[in-house]
Write a protein that binds this ligand. Structure first.
Ligand SMILES: [Zn+2]
Length: 77
């Protein structure tokens, strides 16, 4: 009886461990993405893309820096 029971238990243990490993992998994704990518806006002066929360707002749009906003508003572009 034990000649049959021991290999059967070994197989069941292997299957159980394998299934547990599969479930653990599903619960914890390998590359979690906690942050959404920041929306990017192009500078109206030079075209460089900057995060919206760091862009300088001006009369004609968003700028990468205060200098470009000043230049653009001086030139009227
Ligand atoms: Zn710029």
């Amino acid at each position: 009886m034990s000649k049959v029971l021991i290999p059967l238990l070994a197989v069941l243990a292997i299957v159980w461990l394998w299934r547990r490993g599969q479930q653990t992998r599903r619960v914890h994704p390998p590359h979690p993405a906690p942050h959404q990518p920041l929306p990017m806006v192009p500078c109206a002066r030079c075209g460089v893309h900057v995060p919206r929360n760091q862009a300088i707002s001006g009369k004609h749009g968003d700028y990468c820096c205060v200098a470009h906003r000043r230049e653009a508003e001086r030139d009227g572009v």
